[in-house]
Ligand binder design. Structure first.
Ligand code: ANZ
Ligand code: ZN
Length: 804
């Protein structure tokens, strides 16, 4: 057993003193930028799940260092936002003090794990030197017309007392505290993210990310191609109305199957078309709908509605269809009105069944097998009962029908997005002040850039004011300023930015953290370019990654960055669950603190175990026994290094070593750490009672070093080196030695297994067939028969097909 406490402390101290991980821009060296999603420094400190992603990036960082790259692997703190503020309120300390304390604790914990972070580049989003640039970016957006004031109803969390973006909701509830969200009309700053929707969607193809995450990005943006067209209205039997009903559909090919229309409860036509008779029923329905959020409305199990008393006229066949109000139709999407086709849309189908409306089938599957008895047929097919369009494919009909509407001037092809603009203000204290001033004469005036940052003032009361305004509104000395334009008395904007603001661009700041002239210098931005590898939690698959891509594209447009996407390659971390299979939580009392594991088994064991426990992206349950297992392996490595070396390694060892180098190299490249580690374990097992040279052992230590840096560094020095192992070079494997000697080929005659052959894995087809034919058993089967075909599947099978 080696003394991990002594060894790990010693090398952490030495690495720090020698500034081994200090990164300096060096145009002569190829760069590698490796990034972790930076944490909120919460009050609870780290549990063993947090560092999993950091360990993976650290392995990559060390591997790339050994491969000669100039590696940037920074760390910082995402410290604005509600979690920090709520913690501070609960514990009655100023958020700034709480954040400082939490950061100190997080950093101590991280340092014990032995990461390659260059702490000279540490950033903190709540640092005025940092948020000055967050404010600066906002101002540029404002100047380009991408930040606008809106008075639309927004999601309001009554418990957190702040407005929230759609992205902040989980099943219609506040993602932070679980409270029911209400719709509240409020003055808000909103970022025009929709102006970037197409580019955010198109550029997905530039990203080397996991497919599921790309899918989530696409779905969130939600681009739909369709048609908008107008229908004349019939009110109480008269068709003299000026107003028309405009609907949006992605399935105009089903228009002959329209048997009713549904409009959103907030649709402006509601007042005009509701008949006297229906008025009361409609009013109570609308009142109930107002209490629901958009998400609740779309997820409703049972679709409900109420008849308005009026009708719309289908321009294709002049059919009069009843208009309903239904809350599954959202006011904010499309035109807030739909043509309902129960035969071909499941929601409409259920609605029609419930209210006894007609179901008319107008699309049949190509083979005529569609059946709408117990549900809608939603796929494309061939049109039936559709006038002159009958017999066309859905695709064809969509084009022809759109053409007809466009030629009449009654409709047009349109594109809609699910993604909304980003509600960018919060009515809370702990965030970046929005750098704008309201002047009675000049309107909204941006704070001059030379006056940035707009500092967050010190206050006594940082709890929500309860008035729906930020607590900043109560600080007269801060709110009252002179208008930068006309010089008369004016007021500062008191909303702050959402907690996602600072993380939209932090990866750029690491490139040049101390720059006071620009958020990043041109040279440093060119050098570090894109993040080569980004690792973090899957919970950020839409929000953070979408916001950061949006800001990056904006910064590209104004010439601050030279690339159109920030993160080239992305992996998501799978959760570490507690030993009981549940999520680690104080509530369940099942949290494992990395400090305890490090104390008892060492940081190298923790690192190795977290990478060994399962495929990186998969959720896996913790097992302290597993930590003991990897510790045993490390002890074995240590023990072997205390023994004598031979002039030369045994041939068997040498071969396995080169195979192991090959496997570990390839596995690291593919983020397959859980297969690299057992390969190293197998190699160590063969070393018992066999000869190994010091040179070969050093090669092994090199491939182990990214995983277990402390132990590898210690043994490297014990073997007589005076420089750090991380200044050495990653070992090359000899392809001759690394290849498998022989593999088994299955031999078949007429598809039946008749034997096996041991051959070189590179064997050619001709050789394999010759060997097969020469095989005694095979000969017995083919003697006197005609060979009609010979099949060779490299590495697997030879099959000889014969005829009598
Ligand atoms: C008729 C129809 C027939 C439809 C059919 C679908 C299938 P995506 O793809 O999500 O964009 N829709 C339009 N506006 C809506 C709103 N404000 N709230 C709820 N639903 C709305 O969906 C577009 C389809 O969703 C549209 O096409 C419309 O129903 C409905 F066999 O029109 B469809
Ligand atoms: Zn003014």
């Amino acid at each position: 057993m080696y003394n991990h406490q002594e060894i790990e402390k010693k090398w952490q101290k030495t690495w720090k003193e020698e500034q081994l991980y200090k990164t300096i821009e060096d145009p002569k060296k190829q760069k590698f930028y490796c990034l972790d999603m930076f944490p909120y420094p919460s009050g609870d400190g780290l549990h063993v799940g947090h560092p999993k992603g950091y360990i993976a990036t650290d392995i990559i960082a060390r591997y790339k260092m050994l491969k000669g790259y100039n590696v940037l692997h920074p760390m910082g703190w995402d410290a604005f936002g509600l979690p920090a503020e709520n913690f501070a309120i609960k514990h009655k300390v100023h958020p700034r003090i709480a954040v400082e304390k939490n950061i100190k604790r997080f950093k101590e914990q991280l340092e014990k794990i032995g990461f390659t972070y260059d702490w000279n580049r540490e950033i903190n989003t709540t640092d005025p030197g940092y948020y000055k640039w967050t404010q600066w970016i906002f101002l540029q957006m404002y100047k380009k017309g991408l930040a606008y004031e809106s008075f639309e109803p927004i999601n309001w969390c009554p418990s957190c007392q702040t407005g929230l973006a759609n992205e902040d909701l989980e099943n219609g509830k506040c993602e932070r505290c679980g409270s029911e969200i209400v719709r509240k009309p409020m003055r808000q700053w909103v970022l025009k993210m929709t102006a970037y929707a197409d580019r955010l969607l198109d550029d997905v193809k530039l990203l080397d990310w996991e497919p599921e995450i790309l899918e989530q990005q696409k779905n969130w943006i939600g681009k739909s191609h369709g048609v908008e067209f107008v229908m004349k209205l019939m009110y109480a039997g008269k068709d003299k109305m000026k107003d028309v009903l405009r609907v949006f559909t992605t399935r105009i090919d089903t228009v002959f199957g329209m048997t009713f229309c549904v409009i959103a409860p907030e649709h402006p036509l509601v007042e005009k078309i509701v008949t006297h008779k229906q008025k009361q029923e409609v009013e109570s329905y609308i009142a109930a709908a107002q209490k629901k959020t958009d998400l609740e409305r779309t997820e409703l199990k049972e679709k409900t509605g109420v008849f308005t008393g009026s009708y719309a006229i289908n321009p294709f066949n002049d059919a009069h269809v009843p208009i309903y109000i239904g809350d599954f139709v959202l006011g904010g999407y499309g035109t807030g009105a739909v043509m309902a086709v129960p035969a071909h849309d499941q929601r409409d189908f259920e609605f029609a069944e419930k209210y006894g409306l007609d179901i008319v089938e107008v699309v049949k599957s190509v083979d005529g097998s569609s059946n709408i008895a117990d549900g809608a047929f939603v796929e494309d097919g061939i049109l039936v009962e559709s006038g002159e369009y009958t017999g066309m494919t859905s695709q064809e009909a969509r084009e022809k029908m759109a053409d007809w509407l466009e030629s009449k001037g009654d409709g047009s092809r349109v594109i809609h997005y699910k993604m909304r603009d980003w509600v960018f203000s919060r009515q809370r204290y702990w965030g970046e002040p929005i750098p704008l001033i309201h002047c009675e004469h000049c309107g909204v005036v941006p704070v001059p850039e030379r006056d940035l940052p707009v500092l967050l003032p010190e206050v006594e009361q940082y709890e929500p004011s309860g008035t729906g305004e930020s607590p900043l509104a109560t600080i007269d000395s801060w709110v009252n300023v002179l208008c930068p334009k006309c010089g008369v008395k004016a007021k500062r904007e008191t909303n702050t930015m959402p907690q996602w603001a600072g993380s939209c661009w932090y990866y750029l700041r690491y490139m040049d953290p101390q720059n006071t002239k620009a958020l990043v210098s041109k040279e440093n931005e060119r050098y570090w370019n894109q993040v080569d590898l980004y690792v973090g939690g899957a919970e950020h698959a839409t929000r953070h990654l979408l916001y950061a891509r949006f800001w990056h594209k904006f910064l590209y447009d104004i010439g601050v960055v030279s690339t159109t996407e920030p993160f080239t390659k992305l992996y998501h971390v799978g959760l570490i669950l507690a030993e009981d299979g549940r999520k680690m939580s104080k509530r369940w009392g099942n949290v494992i603190n990395p400090d305890d594991i490090i104390e008892q088994y060492g940081a190298d064991s923790l690192r190795l175990y977290e990478m060994f426990m399962g495929p990186f992206g998969q959720a896996t349950a913790w097992s302290t026994n597993g930590v003991k297992g990897v510790r045993k392996f490390l002890d074995k490595v240590y023990g072997r290094c205390q023994q004598a070396w031979s002039q030369q390694s045994d041939e068997k060892n040498r071969k396995l070593l080169h195979k192991t180098i090959k496997k570990v190299t390839e596995d690291i490249e593919h983020f397959s750490f859980n297969t690299a580690i057992p390969a190293m374990m197998i190699y160590m097992n063969t070393l018992e009672n066999t000869n190994v040279s010091q040179e070969d052992m050093e090669r092994f230590l090199l491939i182990l070093s990214p995983f277990a840096p402390h132990l590898a560094e210690e043994l490297w020095h014990q073997l007589g080196h005076t420089d750090s192992i991380f200044k050495a070079t990653w070992p090359q494997y000899d392809p001759e030695l690394a290849k498998d000697d022989e593999i088994e080929l299955v031999v078949q005659v007429n598809g039946k297994v008749r034997g096996k052959l041991l051959v070189s894995p590179e064997i050619s087809k001709e050789e394999a067939l010759a060997k097969t034919r020469a095989d005694e058993t095979v000969q017995k089967w083919i003697e006197g028969k005609t060979v009609v075909k010979e099949i060779f599947v490299p590495g697997k099978i030879v099959n000889i097909v014969i005829k009598d």
